[in-house]
Design a protein around this ligand. Structure first.
Ligand SMILES: Cc1cc2nc3c(=O)[nH]c(=O)nc-3n(C[C@H](O)[C@H](O)[C@H](O)COP(=O)(O)OP(=O)(O)OC[C@H]3O[C@@H](n4cnc5c(N)ncnc54)[C@H](O)[C@@H]3O)c2cc1C
Length: 265
């Protein structure tokens, strides 16, 4: 048993292919167009949105006499008018570590625009179970003891169950073929607590990112997902200020609540 705290790693994001971008712009008659986008994520959204009206400059589309001059105003307008499908072109990738299965079960409900890869308790044998004591109980000695005692007990019983499997097979567990290890590891995971610390990868497009930040930093959400999405929002807003710059933040019960006039674009 060991104590943990959820950690967020932003491990990837959309990149532009500069040669092909220049070739595309030349192909549509806008070879000199440049962006001041601070990130490739925001450049791709801008390019995809400008492509809709050929709004890379006045006159390129004879119906267009004025275009927004920069990435920030262009993306700001997309958010304002709710042209959210253009945000689906850019992706960001996170690894969430030492989160509970409470958290992962809530996260995977966000289906639209998301991809998940979760540590498998079917394959990964548990030895040293991690526990996060949520702020609701943090600092209360008896509550912390209850978490720790329960984790120790379940860890011990899980280990005993693995030993039972070894006895049933007549060999030390580590000497079993992989398919048998998998069979018993998979069955034994039912003794693990729902608060078990685990890892999950989440990739999402920027439209989804906005929606999930709004839903999961809301004070009505559970404290662990609020805790994690406070970190997600902080990282994402620092990286992509032009597409996430409309958020205002209030502190509610020690955690930030991100609000916007333009929810669910
Ligand atoms: C505070 C809180 C409490 C909750 N309590 C519960 C609970 O008690 N029990 C429970 O089961 N769940 C609960 N949930 C989960 C909630 O019901 C949603 O399943 C979850 O938040 C995913 O959000 P979403 O529906 O917006 O889906 P996402 O997958 O994030 O989809 C984003 C948006 O895309 C659209 N969309 C997605 N899929 C479809 C579709 N198939 N058809 C049409 N439009 C679609 C919708 O507009 C949707 O809002 C809770 C969530 C929160 C934030």
């Amino acid at each position: 048993m060991h104590r943990v705290e959820p950690v967020v790693f932003c491990v990837g994001e959309t990149r532009t292919n500069d040669d092909q971008m220049r070739a595309y712009l030349a192909h549509i008659g806008a070879p000199d167009w440049q962006t001041d986008a601070p990130s490739d994520v925001e450049e791709i959204i801008e390019v995809m949105a400008r492509a809709c009206y050929k709004s890379f400059g006045p006159g390129l589309n004879p119906n267009v006499t004025r275009v927004r001059p920069d990435n920030k105003s262009h993306l700001g307008n997309i958010v304002k008018v709710g042209h959210g499908s253009t945000l689906e072109h850019s992706f960001i990738n996170f690894m969430f570590c030492d989160v509970s299965r409470v958290f992962t079960h809530e996260l995977v409900r966000h289906r639209a625009g998301s991809a998940f890869s979760q540590e498998s308790l079917r394959f990964v044998r548990l030895e040293d179970m991690g526990v996060w004591v949520p702020p609701a109980f943090e600092g209360n000695k008896r509550a912390e003891e209850l978490f720790e005692e329960t984790w120790r007990l379940l860890e011990e019983k899980y280990g005993e169950l693995i030993e039972v499997a070894a006895e049933m097979e007549g060999r030390p567990f580590d000497e079993l073929p992989f398919h048998l290890k998998k069979k018993y590891t998979s069955a034994a995971r039912r003794l693990a607590p729902i608060g078990l610390a685990t890892n999950i990868g989440w990739s999402c497009n920027i439209r989804t990112l906005r929606h999930v930040i709004e839903m999961r930093t809301d004070p009505g959400s559970e404290e662990e997902i609020r805790f994690v999405f406070a970190k997600v929002a902080e990282i994402a807003i620092a990286k992509f200020g032009n597409i996430l710059g409309d958020y205002e933040v209030d502190m509610v019960e020690g955690l930030p609540h991100y609000r916007t006039e333009h929810p669910k674009v």
